[in-house]
Design a protein around this ligand. Sequence first.
Ligand code: FE2
Length: 454
Amino acid sequence: MEPNGYHNAWIVLLDEDKKYLTSAEAGYGPAFDPMRTQLKNGDWPRCVREVLQRKEILITDNPKSTCYNCPLSHYLQNRSAYTISLRQNNILYGIFSACIPESFAEDKEEQALFKETAEDIALSLYSVKTEKARRQAVESLRKSDERFRVALKNSPIIVWSQDKELRYNWIYNPNPAFNPEEVLGKKDEEILPADDARALTEIKQKVLKSGKGSREEVRMTVKGTPFFYQLVTEPLRDAQGNLTGITCASVDITEFRGIQQKLEKSFDTTIETMSKIVETRDPYTSGHQSRVSQLATRIALELNLSREKIKGIRIAALIHDIGKIAIPSEILTNPGKLTDIEFSLIKSHSQKGYDIVKGINFPYQIAPIILQHHERNDGSGYPKGLKGDEILLEAKIIGVADVVEAMSSHRPYREALGIDVALEEISKNKGILYEPEVADACIKLFKEKGFKFE
Ligand SMILES: [Fe+2]
């Protein structure tokens, strides 16, 4: 205050809602306390109320008589007060008020000097606030980075990014077999076997092209060892929203895949055992279900069905006659003509197979396929006489494969009819008993693609 010749002065800092933050005084001492209380309560004295509305200095002459609710007014006898709001970039930081000799109050130079002082204070407050915000941002970034590193430390997750040309430009927690330097700046084809690289590049290019993330299971052979990963790929954009590359996170699921494969193998063994149990009851049909399964799977592949559907067809075909365990083996192996009752007993095998299998929690829909494998398109099949679209495609495929295998093999009551006769039957009844596209795929397999039962 001294250099400017002010008797005393005070400053109050306000928040964005113009609420009291803090205040300071010079030259008043304890006499400022009532004013501080008033400011805290938002009970603004006249000078504050006025400067909140404007940017210019408010000059108050003889405050003792004009400022009735100002606790400092009795201090200001024969003096004047300058009051101004502290603003920078249109942000209000507070109010600055100083008491000067009455004789200086109208001095333009004095007023300019006071205004300059207020501007300096506001600029300092602005810088402090900006610096504080910058430091807070840096600190929050550091904390988030730290949290990210701690979370990923010892985790099986690898994260990285690649630019638009799919060159690796950042990698964290790399596979122990990798040295990040061996990867950075390179593309997949420079570090992985051709097949793996091609599959990976295809996934990543799809993300770049569509701008949409993906989640895939992939194989990466690292220095001769195959690893399986769950790979999550997301497009990466700059602040303006332009695509700059991709970011990926992957989890090593090699161990899990190993367990899954063992489980699948043991599941397959169980199915094969079930299949063989049925066939021990009827040695003439030994290998029938396995051959039907081979053909049905090939037809399903030919029809481009999903992997899951194909798996279901393979399994269902392997045990499609499982209901025959419930039929006396004398009937199954009877070389002579069957009575109507015997024939209807044999026909009950699809329902019985369904009943056996329906309680087992297979990963695919098996029971309904077994139930329907003797249904025919025109409704002439059994057990329900379903027609066309009422029959599952899987059951139609197994139905065709079943007929072809049975006709081309030896039976107790007849010699093998041969594959040509079997295919003639399928062709003749295509669209009547058999689904046309299934019949066509089956015929094509034998006639054009050299399919043979093993
Ligand atoms: Fe059957």
